[in-house]
Design a protein around this ligand. Structure first.
Ligand code: HEM
Length: 437
C-alpha cells in the first residue's frame, strides 16, 4: 500500500475540501495520489478506503466472511436488530422474511399505486410554481414505501412524521460523532420517540385487526400463508413469523429509512442532472411521451446512480486480515468500500465525471463489478428491483404530466447525509401539460 500522503497530496486534499465543501473531493484526490487502497489520515479516525472491481468482488462476495456489517455507530443505535446492521444467521432469517414483499414478481402489483401516490403529491402543485424535487421526491417515496410494505395510506401522516424522519436521517448521517463517539447529541430523543410511536401503533393496529379476524400469529415458515382480508404485506409476514414488537419495529424502521431516502436521492439527482443537460432532457421527454418503456430513461437513471450513488460507501469492520492487490488491511480496522470512487475510476470509465447516459446503451459493455450502486453478493440491496422500478415509473409519469423548467443555474453539490443528497435542493418550475406533446 502507498505510504501516507505527502505534503503535496495534503495540500491538494485541502484545496478539494475548500472547493467542494464535501469529503468527496478529498477522497478523489487521495484515490488519485495513493491508488485503490489508502487510509484516511484523520487524528482519531483512520479507516481504510478501498475501491475498484477487485475490491467489490472481495468485500461483497468472495471474502465477505472476513468482514462484519455491524459497527458500533448511530446507524446500529437507531436500527438495533434491523436487517441492515446485523450479521450471520440473524440477518439471514430477517432477510428471508422480507424478500417476498420486494420480489421482482410482485412489482407489477405496485405500479398503479406508485402512479397514484405521485398524483397525490403533484395535485398540490400550482402552475408556474417552483418546487424542490428533493422535497417532492421524498413525499412520493415515503407514501410509496409505507403503502407497499405496511399497507398504510400515509397522506395524513406526512405532516406528523416528516420532522421525525428528517431527524432520524440526520441522526445517522456522518458528523462530529465520527471523531468523538460519545459526543452529546441533544434534540433527537423526542422526534425518535415519535417515530417509534408511529411504528409501534401500526403494529398494534394490525394485531388488533388480526384478533378481530380471529387469526393468531403463526410461523410463516411452517408453510401457512396469509388469508382472509388481512393484507399479505411485509408487516404481516413479520408478525406471522412470531417476531416481537421491538424486532418488528427494527425491521420497519430499517425499511422505511433505507427504502425511501435512497429513492428520494435518486429521483432528485436524476432531475438535477436533466436540468443541467437540456439536450438529454428534451430527448427524454420526447421519448417517454411516445414509447411505453423508454431505453433512454433506463440509461439516465443508471448514469445518475453511477455519478451520485445514493449509498456511496459500504461500511465494514475487519475481523480477519483481508488482502487486496495494493496491500493488506489488518483485523480490527474499519474498512470502507467506496462505490463512489469505483464509479468514477478513470481506469474503468471514459471521462468519468461527465454525464453520458449512452454509456449504458444496449450492446455497450460495463466491466463486471464496476457498476455497483446496489452493492453485490448475498447482501446486495434487497430493494434494488423495487427502487429501480419506482424510479422508472415515477419519473416517466412526472415527465408525461408536467413540463419542468430548471430555474437559473445555481450550484448543486453532493451532501454526505445518510445518502448522497443534492443540496441545497433541485428547484424546478412546473407546468401541467394539457395534452401529450
Ligand atoms: C435507488 C435506490 C436504492 C439504492 C441505490 C440502494 C443501495 C443499497 C446498497 C448499496 C446496499 C448495500 C450496502 C452494503 O453493502 O453495505 C443496500 C442494502 C439494503 N437496501 Fe437498498 N438501495 C435502494 C433502495 C432500497 C429500497 C427501495 C429498499 C427497501 C424497500 C432498500 C433496502 C435495503 C436493505 C434492507 C439493505 C440491507 C440488505 C442486507 O444487508 O441484507 N433499499 N441498498
Amino acid at each position: 500500500m502507498s505510504a501516507s500522503p505527502s505534503p503535496e497530496t495534503g495540500r491538494a486534499v485541502l484545496r478539494a475540501l475548500l472547493r467542494e465543501r464535501s469529503l468527496l473531493g478529498p477522497l478523489r484526490v487521495l484515490a488519485k495520489h495513493l491508488g485503490r487502497l489508502f487510509q484516511i489520515p484523520l487524528p482519531s479516525f483512520h479507516p481504510y478506503v478501498v475501491f475498484g472491481p477487485e475490491a467489490a468482488r472481495k468485500v461483497l462476495v468472495t471474502e465477505r466472511h472476513k468482514l462484519l456489517w455491524r459497527n458500533p455507530d448511530p446507524v446500529a443505535d437507531l436500527l438495533r436488530r434491523g436487517v441492515l446492521v446485523v450479521d450471520g444467521e440473524e440477518h439471514d432469517r430477517y432477510r428471508i422474511l422480507m424478500e417476498p414483499a420486494l420480489h421482482p414478481a410482485r412489482l407489477s402489483d405496485y405500479t398503479q399505486m406508485m402512479i397514484e401516490k405521485t398524483d397525490r403529491v403533484t395535485a398540490q402543485w400550482r402552475d408556474g410554481q417552483v418546487v424542490d424535487m428533493l422535497v417532492e421526491g421524498r413525499k412520493i417515496a415515503l407514501l410509496i414505501i409505507l403503502q407497499a410494505l405496511f399497507r398504510r395510506d400515509a397522506w395524513d401522516d406526512l405532516p406528523h412524521i416528516w420532522h421525525p424522519i428528517l431527524k432520524a436521517i440526520e441522526f445517522i448521517s456522518p458528523g462530529p460523532w465520527i471523531l468523538w463517539r460519545t459526543i452529546p447529541r441533544p434534540g433527537y430523543k423526542r422526534p425518535l420517540r415519535e417515530l417509534d410511536q408511529y411504528l409501534y401503533s401500526m403494529i398494534a393496529e394490525r394485531r388488533q385487526q388480526m384478533q378481530r379476524a380471529g387469526r393468531q400469529p403463526f410461523p410463516l415458515l411452517s408453510g401457512a400463508s396469509s388469508s382472509g382480508d388481512l393484507p399479505s404485506d411485509m408487516l404481516q409476514h413479520l408478525i406471522d413469523a412470531g417476531l416481537d414488537d421491538d424486532t418488528i419495529r427494527d425491521q420497519m424502521l430499517t425499511m422505511l429509512i433505507a427504502g425511501h431516502d435512497t429513492s428520494t436521492a435518486l429521483l432528485a439527482w436524476t432531475f438535477a442532472l436533466l436540468g443541467q443537460h437540456p439536450d438529454v432532457f428534451s430527448r427524454l421527454v420526447n421519448e417517454v411521451q411516445n414509447v411505453e418503456k423508454s431505453p433512454l430513461l433506463d440509461q439516465v437513471i443508471k448514469e445518475a446512480l453511477r455519478l451520485h450513488p445514493p449509498i456511496h460507501i459500504a461500511n465494514r469492520c475487519v475481523v480477519e486480515p483481508i488482502t487486496f492487490e495494493q496491500g493488506t488491511v489488518p483485523a480490527g480496522e474499519r474498512l470502507f468500500f467506496s462505490i463512489y470512487l469505483t464509479h468514477r475510476d478513470p481506469a474503468i470509465w471514459d471521462d468519468p465525471d461527465a454525464f453520458h447516459p449512452e454509456r449504458f446503451a444496449q450492446g455497450r459493455k460495463v466491466p463486471p463489478m464496476s457498476f455497483v450502486p446496489f452493492g453485490g453478493g448475498p447482501r446486495a440491496c434487497i430493494g434494488s428491483a423495487f427502487g429501480q422500478a419506482e424510479a422508472r415509473i415515477v419519473i416517466a409519469h412526472l415527465l408525461r404530466q408536467f413540463h419542468f423548467e430548471p430555474i437559473q443555474p445555481y450550484r448543486i453539490r453532493p451532501h454526505m447525509g445518510a445518502t448522497l443528497e443534492p443540496r441545497p435542493g433541485v428547484y424546478m418550475r412546473v407546468r401541467r401539460r394539457n395534452k401529450p406533446q
